[in-house]
Ligand binder design. Structure first.
Ligand code: NAG
Ligand code: NAG
Ligand code: NAG
Ligand code: NAG
Ligand code: NAG
Ligand code: NAG
Ligand code: NAG
Ligand code: NAG
Ligand code: NAG
Ligand code: NAG
Ligand code: NAG
Ligand code: NAG
Length: 766
């Protein structure tokens, strides 16, 4: 697999530089000189061109997309060339825009996207007959110069992802031939000039990620040719003008994060060509109009974080691939028809009726991706975070959890951060283990990959601790939650490091990431910028917050509100990124070692629990665990408790339980302690639970009565409430006792603060 991937990359690399021969006419020496001056001004130190070959430069790397392309037109004498197109893209040139461009008589298109150019747009360009200017992804700053308004010939103007500030000059309204105007990801303020009403030929208008003021203007109804409209995180407020109903040619319609005004769904019934409809966080109330489900071209429907009510109709959505209804007030049953094969549906954060386990939504999900996290608001909050789980009750209390988001288990400062990197993530993903989990929503737009299910970012670097090498990313919303937590106050530490941008002088360093953070549904950070907070990329930054848990659940939600660049260093890089999470109860101290020594216990009662525990666990494992969701031993314990009348001493069953316990010790000697576990189970059992059981078994068989736990201690340990002590006698009279050897071996293992870290597997192989 890897070999073929490498081979493919090699082939692509070899074939990437495409050279096409053009007509053998010459470029006048004057234009050659100007060209050489231009590349020098732009900061290319070793590029030189000559009259014979300049017009033959047509390079494009399929891998890096680095492009150097010069096209020429033949002059009227049929023997000289004139430069008409210059494209230096993704070259990271670090100079300024060349004023000399105006000395090329027939230049019409310039594309200097993804360089490292600074300064502004030269006034010399104002007198030119340019039709196409793309300056995406540079460091251009200051006001957008008003002299751009003189280049009436322009049909395409894109200055996205720069540092332009101030208001948009009204003069741009004179560019009546404009078809494409992209101003996204700058620092523009004020209102859009009313002169823009005259830009009637616009097909593509994007102003995402700015600081504009005012409402979305009514005059966009003039832009009848509009094919793509993007107003995400622009600063503009709602409502969406009702006149958008006149825009019949819309293919992509993306509006998000417009504050405030309550509104109903805009009438888009005549926009039948819609392919991507995003109306996210637009304060839309009321119902989803029925015609939406009949739009045959619709591929992406994102209506997340509104106040939409009503039920979903029982119709099969034609061509819809992605449906995001996250964060609304939708109710009623989830119609099975909304889950056709191949669909991706996110219904998290809603008010639906909980589906039964037999419902298609709860059955095996190979055919579709579905996220039901908190999709129903019911009395029991636990059922909200554990949708489609048979057991939605807590059997024990947790005081802390530590997650290495998107990575492997990592031990730092004595704490093991559990990795969730094996769960890649994806468009509508829900994951949970028996203590915590995550919900991930969104498709990375414009990454040209509808099948992207790898929502983990990684960096190869030795300059940063392992916790930050991998991080979980999400395009829209990412929630980490812990459940079955003891109610009380917690300290939430969030660990970040920017690992997707570089720290060199290339366009790859120019990305800006911003997202919001909510803890327990309360906004704690708006426009959080990791790189700014850490003063650089590849630098860790930790944020600590106090949080109160009242219903055993803690939730940390990361939200993209349309801010930051979306195409640097590659298309589709944006949104939340988190490296690690730690949640601890600052007042909780794990049980001390000496406590156990003080306890005098009868070996008999301890053994009853043990015997019942192991027998019960084996029975339970065999009959219940197989083929169903993994559950904890505590369930069995509950059964045992009930069966023994909560461990009434009258129910003593004698010494019969000693057998299996002693067998443990024998097996341990042969380093096969896990043989205690029924082999029929395969790997489908909870190794932590098994290990805990065995460890308590060994403790209970302690030859020294003073070291045996009491009944209640043992129960508490089984439930995971109390740490299982390491304290056992060193060498001495008992040193030959296999039972102590086994416990000592456990103690020898490197263990973390939590009770869950040493797996039985470690025991076997250490
Ligand atoms: C310019 O020089 C650099 C370093 O010397 C080299 O990597 C690069 O390929 C050169 N570029 C061209 C166009 O020759
Ligand atoms: C070079 O530019 C011309 C004119 O814009 C275009 O037709 C051609 O495809 C480009 N070639 C490359 C390799 O980008
Ligand atoms: C240039 O070529 C075109 C078409 O081949 C021809 O019509 C025209 O007369 C030529 N002009 C000159 C100056 O030779
Ligand atoms: C190229 O520029 C010359 C000089 O400005 C002009 O006369 C000619 O029409 C231009 N040719 C084209 C095809 O634009
Ligand atoms: C552009 O950046 C260089 C350093 O890379 C700096 O010396 C120069 O002053 C900047 N020019 C402008 C116009 O900002
Ligand atoms: C707009 O587009 C039409 C059709 O492509 C074209 O005829 C017209 O010249 C363009 N410019 C203006 C200002 O209408
Ligand atoms: C934003 O617009 C409002 C009303 O249109 C105005 O009162 C306010 O001064 C504007 N703020 C800025 C920063 O332009
Ligand atoms: C929004 O509008 C709907 C319908 O007009 C209304 O029922 C709802 O109460 C409004 N919500 C707010 C927050 O104003
Ligand atoms: C949709 O188009 C039809 C036919 O042109 C027209 O009668 C209707 O009013 C339009 N609806 C909207 C909301 O503009
Ligand atoms: C949720 O749905 C139920 C009916 O299923 C309804 O009674 C309740 O008011 C809804 N809650 C909200 C917040 O809309
Ligand atoms: C580990 O300790 C070091 C030194 O005190 C500290 O800088 C770092 O942030 C700690 N790591 C974690 C994950 O808390
Ligand atoms: C968190 O709570 C502790 C104890 O109440 C307090 O000392 C600390 O300042 C709080 N931290 C924050 C960030 O609020």
């Amino acid at each position: 697999m890897m070999f073929f991937k490498n081979l493919l990359v090699s082939i692509l690399t070899l074939s990437c530089v495409v050279k096409q021969l053009f007509v053998a006419a010459k470029l006048p020496q004057a234009e050659v000189d100007v060209l050489n001056q231009i590349v020098k001004t732009m900061g290319a130190t070793n590029w030189t061109f000559d009259a014979d070959t300049a017009c033959e430069l047509h390079e494009k790397s399929d891998v890096t997309e680095l492009t150097r392309n010069i096209s020429c037109i033949l002059g009227p004498d049929n023997s000289t060339h004139h430069i008409s197109v210059i494209e230096f893209k993704r070259c990271s040139l670090s100079g300024v825009l060349p004023p000399e461009l105006n000395q090329l008589p027939n230049i019409s298109k310039v594309n200097f996207a993804y360089n490292y150019l600074n300064g502004s747009i030269p006034v010399e360009w104002a007198s030119m007959q340019l039709t196409f200017i793309s300056l995406n992804g540079n460091r251009l700053s200051g006001n957008i110069p008003s002299h751009l308004g003189n280049i009436i010939s322009l049909t395409y103007l894109s200055i996205q992802a720069n540092q332009f500030s101030g208001t948009v000059p009204t003069q741009l309204g004179k560019l009546v031939n404009l078809e494409t105007l992209r101003l996204s990801s700058n620092r523009l303020t004020g209102n859009l000039p009313t002169e823009f009403a005259e830009l009637k030929n616009l097909t593509d208008f994007r102003i995402n990620d700015n600081n504009f003021n005012g409402s979305i203007p009514e005059f966009i109804q003039n832009w009848k040719q509009l094919y793509r409209l993007e107003i995400q995180g622009s600063g503009l407020k709602g409502p969406i003008p009702s006149s958008v109903s006149l825009l019949k040619n819309l293919n992509q319609f993306k509006i998000s994060d417009i504050d405030g005004t309550n509104q109903t769904f805009p009438d888009l019934s005549n926009s039948t060509l819609l392919r991507r409809l995003i109306l996210r966080n637009c304060s839309i109330s009321g119902r989803i109009p029925g015609y939406i489900w009949g739009m045959n071209n619709l591929r992406v429907l994102d209506l997340s974080f509104n106040k939409i009510t009503g039920e979903l109709p029982n119709v099969v959505p034609g061509n819809l691939k992605f449906i995001f209804l996250t964060g609304n007030l939708l109710s009623g049953n989830i119609p099975e028809s909304i889950l056709p094969e191949g669909s991706t549906v996110d219904l998290s954060y809603n008010n639906f009726t909980q589906p039964t386990l037999e419902h298609r939504a709860c059955r095996k999900k190979e055919e579709f991706d579905l996220n039901l996290f908190r999709s129903s608001s019911v009395a029991n909050n636990l059922s909200g975070v554990l949708p489609c789980k048979t057991d939605q009750t807590c059997h024990r209390s947790l005081r802390s959890f530590h997650i290495n988001c998107g990575g492997n288990n990592v031990k730092e400062n004595g704490t093991t951060f559990e990795g969730d990197g094996e769960e890649n993530g994806g468009v509508a993903t829900y994951y949970s283990n028996d203590r915590w989990g995550f919900s991930s929503t969104g498709d990375f737009a414009d990454d040209n990959n509808e099948l992207n299910k790898f929502y983990v970012a990684s960096v190869k670097s030795s300059d940063i601790s392992e916790l930050f090498i991998n991080a979980r990313i999400a395009p829209l919303s990412l929630t980490y939650f812990g459940y079955c937590l003891q109610n009380g106050n917690y300290v939430v530490s969030l660990y970040f490091a920017e690992i997707q941008f570089t720290n060199d002088n290339t366009y790859r360093s120019l990305g800006r990431r911003m997202f919001d953070i909510y803890i327990q549904d309360k906004l704690v950070e708006r426009d959080f910028d990791i790189e700014a907070k850490a003063s650089g990329v590849l630098k860790p930054v930790t944020r600590k917050y106090n949080a109160t848990v009242t219903d055993n659940i803690l939730q940390i939600r990361f939200n993209w509100a349309g801010k930051g660049t979306t195409g640097l260093p590659e298309r589709g890089v944006y949104g939340p990124l988190v490296s690690a999470i730690s949640v601890v109860d600052p007042n909780y101290k794990p049980a001390k070692k000496k406590k156990i020594v003080e306890i005098i216990a009868g070996v008999g009662s301890c053994l009853i629990i043990l015997a019942l525990g192991i027998i019960g666990w084996r029975y339970y494992s065999r009959n219940v665990l197989k083929g169903s969701d993994l559950q904890t031993i505590s369930f069995t314990l509950k059964q045992i408790k009930a069966a023994t009348n909560d461990f009434d001493p009258a129910n003593k069953v004698g010494e019969g339980g000693f057998g299996p316990v002693y067998k443990a010790c024998q097996l341990q000697q042969k380093e096969k302690i896990m043989e205690l576990v029924d082999p029929k189970l395969g790997s489908e059992y909870n190794k932590e639970e098994a290990e805990r059981m065995i460890r308590i078994s060994l403790l209970c068989t302690n030859a020294s009565p003073s070291l045996r736990p009491t009944m209640s201690e043992a129960v508490s340990m089984l439930e995971g409430k109390t740490a299982i002590p390491d304290s056992i006698p060193e060498a001495g009279s008992y040193s030959q006792d296999l039972r102590f050897k086994a416990i000592r071996d456990f103690r020898g293992l490197n263990r973390s603060q939590t009770q869950h870290s040493t797996s039985a597997e470690d025991l076997l192989y250490n």
